[in-house]
Design a protein around this ligand. Structure first.
Ligand code: SF4
Ligand code: SF4
Length: 473
């Protein structure tokens, strides 16, 4: 079946030519109210992104994602592999939150908050405008042979792009291995830790490739979130949309003619100036309707508003609106789907906060030594041998740590000493014996409750199994 004329735009993407080659997008420099707000928000978010790994809360890095050592800090809270369940709940909250937001406000995240868009549009693209000029100058430069001007501009641009990519890679590494470690590596010199230097150069190369060449294709081809749009958006979702009712009216879009009475002529308010297309960083025509490529960057809203102002027509031909808002003039409503997502989100956040604040600073595990039975000692005392592991999640050393048996009358003897120290954000391991008189046992496998103390203060409890001889009554 042949594609209808008005749907033909869906058969191709703006960044790939009919021959299957890359079509370079030269978006016009945006200007307008939305761009001004986006700039302000972007600078704030960039500042946060660069500063977060160097901010400490209670001695913990504010944000850290050390996958190699499996240590994560979120808003200064340290998460250990033992807290994996909390981490999973947090990830689920993140996904539900993004779904909830997408259903209500489309890809607002992509245009305003996504680091890819912020770096591309507010850092790299702005440098490009500064060196190469706006759209028409960039196109001219692209077609130019490799003369002195082109070589100078390209060398300058690519060198700056590389330096910024290297800087971003360093920040990325600060999130990954911790800012303290990164600073110590820098102070020790680049060649003292060759593997980190190689990783740094690989990250630099990846960022350079994305921002200098791959660009908007990340959003169009690679990003799974963009693909989710089709299932998440409905007629009530608020997205950057072209008001086709107003833009087309009965006769469709027409070029603007001075002193014409556009309202009486039946022509749409769209004057077919293509400014919304030229400014689009993904190269689409928003007048074709909501498309997967649209990152809701609002550049077309600003472009169209400035045209409307010039031709004396009301602004908002392209605006934040839902399909229902355009078709039926319906107002935004908090529908059943949104209520459901909000309820799930509130429950998940409550569970997460509860678990987070009930979490102990010290995690204790006492496990029977595999393959060992029990040992009978003098006076009917039964002994079991265990290994223990203590994880200190705080930034303070925990001193004078000792164990006491809470559920039974008996003794706990650590092999090396009677107490130990657990270093800050570290662990202590060892072996211990538990001795209980057979008379105090209720069977051949008792469950014991053990208290972990710092001096006389109980800081954690844990349980373990204790084996004894089978008793026949
Ligand atoms: S900028 Fe506005 S008037 Fe110009 S083509 Fe786009 S929608 Fe039509
Ligand atoms: S259509 Fe408009 S909002 Fe969407 S990506 Fe293009 S310029 Fe941005």
């Amino acid at each position: 079946m042949e594609t209808p004329e008005n749907e033909k735009f869906r058969d191709s993407i703006a960044t790939v030519s009919a021959e299957g080659k890359r079509s370079w997008i030269f978006p016009k420099k945006p200007a307008g109210a939305y761009y001004k707000y986006r700039k302000l928000l972007s600078y704030f978010l960039l500042l946060f992104l660069f500063a977060a790994p160097f901010i400490k809360v209670g001695g913990n890095q504010f944000l850290m994602f050390n996958v190699l050592e499996r240590r994560f800090n979120i808003f200064g809270f340290p998460f250990w592999p033992q807290d994996f369940h909390l981490f999973v709940i947090m990830m689920i909250i993140g996904v539900v939150f993004v779904i909830f937001f997408t259903v209500a406000f489309g890809r607002i995240f992509c245009g305003w908050i996504c680091p890819q868009t912020i770096f591309m549009e507010m850092v790299f693209r702005r440098i490009e405008y500064w060196i190469d000029g706006d759209r028409t100058k960039q196109m001219k430069l692209d077609k130019m042979p490799w003369n002195a001007e082109k070589i100078r501009k390209r060398t300058l641009k690519w060198t700056i792009f590389f330096i910024i990519s290297f800087f971003i890679a360093n920040i990325f590494l600060a999130y990954l291995i911790g800012s303290d470690k990164l600073i110590s590596y820098i102070q020790a010199g680049p060649f003292t830790n060759a593997s980190t230097l190689i990783a740094l150069l690989i990250f630099t190369g990846a960022f350079y490739f994305v921002f200098a060449w791959f660009r908007e294709q990340v959003c169009i081809i690679a990003c799974p979130y963009g693909r989710l749009q089709g299932v998440l958006l409905d007629n009530k979702s608020i997205v950057v949309a072209y008001d086709h009712k107003r833009g087309e009216k009965e006769k469709g879009r027409f070029k603007f003619r001075k002193n014409e009475d556009r309202a009486a002529s039946g022509k749409g308010d769209c004057i077919d100036c293509f400014q919304c297309v030229h400014v689009c960083p993904t190269g689409i025509d928003i007048r074709n309707g909501t498309q997967l490529e649209c990152v809701n960057c609002t550049a077309c809203i600003d472009a169209c508003d400035s045209i409307m102002e010039k031709v004396n027509l009301p602004k908002g031909l392209i605006r934040y609106a839902s399909e229902d808002n355009i078709e039926k003039k319906a107002k935004f409503t908090f529908n059943a789907r949104l209520k459901g997502y909000t309820a799930v989100l509130i429950i998940l956040i409550s569970v997460f906060l509860g678990m987070l604040f009930l979490r102990n600073d010290l995690e204790a595990n006492v496990l029977r030594l595999p393959g060992q039975l029990y040992e009978r000692k003098d006076n009917n005392v039964i002994s079991n041998v265990y290994t223990f592991k203590l994880v200190n999640k705080t930034t303070q050393r925990i001193e004078d740590v000792n164990f006491k048996l809470l559920s039974h009358n008996g003794n706990i003897k650590m092999v090396k000493s009677s107490s130990l120290e657990v270093p800050e954000q570290g662990l202590a391991e060892g072996t211990l014996f538990i001795e209980i008189n057979q008379a105090a046992l209720s069977g051949d496998k008792d469950r014991l409750k053990i208290g972990v103390y710092s001096g006389d203060e109980l800081i954690e409890t844990t349980t373990t199994a204790f084996l004894g001889p089978r008793t026949y009554k």
